[in-house]
Design a protein around this ligand. Structure first.
Ligand code: CA
Length: 402
């Protein structure tokens, strides 16, 4: 007999949410007392920490999600396709009209409403995932699972777990409502517990900073947080640019800020709207190398990276905010034919570069700014276009020259 999927969910839900006796999870049973002790040291009421953590079993879905995240790194265009879909644009434009708190939040905090709505859309589908039991789970169990998993981020997960317990201790919400993603990110704009404690605020005036059920609270908290991350009122994030023929790609080093007048003198021009005034500063980034679009990024892009350090995330927020405002897609196409590199292949690129005297700042399978700088240096030394892009062609060339 086939059981409908929806019925399986009904059958599975009580088991998944129940606190399985710790005797069935000896690794957690051995780990939890240390977490309770840590919470007590940090000032959480001992009885509360004991009651909330004792008997928790590890969540296998959380462990599976962390393994999956480590293995796969989506190309930037694949992330953008999913995050800045036509549906996301349509739904976001509807939210710009229906969410009545946005003008007041924009006026109070100086953060563009289109950016706030873009973050809302990418973090939680404008709140729609918060009702999905497959995506939303108890934060304490997720964070205890991660804190006890024995990886190098255990101290960070423990700090977040203690912050989550403090949220309960302060009476900000109930254990039943303390829900979030597999990594413990909570509410409409996915605040980690430590971020909640530092930045969550009450905007709708009911006296509670409720980022789980109040969109005005979550959006205002996000605006306030972006200001602390350096968001500059009245400025944009940057924009796409077209590079001149024969451009020296070593100038696209991601870090050197030049004025827009200086960039123009180097031959750059906006692909669409203007990016700022002559004296504004920006840095040049080519996330998919010389064959993909180029961007001049203003300081506000850095505030988005403070919210989430993934470049693809920040670019998706920036681009969705433009699309919500009615601007078109990027002019230059992405190199979509490229085969995504596996974690092992990215590590191989880093290992070979290190061996050739171009330090990448640690072989970790993540091609970040240090790795791209090393790639540019090697490409320049080899007489190749120094665009810092890690693709299968680069891997083949590094292997051939090894
Ligand atoms: Ca409130």
């Amino acid at each position: 007999m086939r059981v409908p999927v929806a019925l399986l969910w009904l059958l599975a839900a009580p088991v998944a949410l129940a606190q399985t006796p710790s005797a069935e999870d000896p690794a957690m049973a051995a780990c939890l007392p240390g977490l309770v002790a840590r919470a007590r040291e940090q000032g959480v009421t001992p009885a509360l920490a004991e009651a909330q953590l004792s008997g928790l079993a590890a969540d296998p879905d959380v462990l599976a999600a962390t393994r999956k995240q480590a293995e796969f790194e989506k190309p930037v265009w694949a992330y953008l396709d999913a995050a800045v879909s036509e549906e996301a644009v349509t739904d976001g434009r509807a939210k710009l009209v229906s969410e009545a708190s946005l003008p007041a939040i924009e006026a109070a905090y100086g953060v563009d409403r289109h950016v706030l709505v873009a973050i809302w859309g990418i973090e939680s589908g404008y709140g729609s995932v918060l009702d999905d039991p497959r995506k939303v789970r108890p934060v304490l169990r997720s964070l205890a699972t991660l804190a006890c998993a024995g990886d190098k981020r255990a101290a960070t997960w423990t700090e977040e777990l203690v912050a989550a317990l403090r949220i309960l201790d302060l009476g900000r919400t109930t254990p039943e409502r303390l829900t979030g993603s597999w990594a413990g990110a909570m509410g409409h704009t996915q605040f980690m517990p430590t971020t909640y404690l530092r930045h969550a605020l009450d905007f709708d005036g009911d006296g509670r900073a409720d980022i789980w059920t109040s969109a005005p609270d979550a959006l205002a908290s996000t605006a306030q947080y972006l200001r602390t991350l350096g968001w500059r009122p009245g400025e944009g994030w940057g924009g796409e640019v077209v590079l001149p023929a024969g451009f020296d790609y070593r100038l696209a080093d991601e870090t050197t800020s030049r004025t827009l007048a200086e960039w123009r003198a180097l031959g750059l021009r906006p692909a669409g709207r203007e990016i700022g005034i002559d004296t504004d500063t920006a840095r040049l980034v080519l996330p998919a190398g010389a064959r993909g679009p180029a961007f001049l990024l203003r300081p506000n892009f850095g505030a988005l990276l403070g919210y989430n350090t993934a470049f693809s995330y920040a670019l998706a927020v920036a681009h969705l905010s433009d699309r919500l405002r009615g601007e078109p897609g990027f002019v230059q196409a992405w190199p979509r034919g490229d085969r995504p590199l596996s974690n092992d292949e990215r590590r191989e690129i880093q290992t070979v570069l290190e061996a050739k005297g171009h330090p990448v700042g640690g072989v970790d399978g993540r091609i970040g700014p240090r790795s791209r700088a090393a790639i540019r240096a090697w490409q320049a030394a080899e007489g190749l276009v120094p665009d810092g892009y890690a693709d299968s062609t680069l891997l083949d060339r590094l292997r051939a020259g090894n």
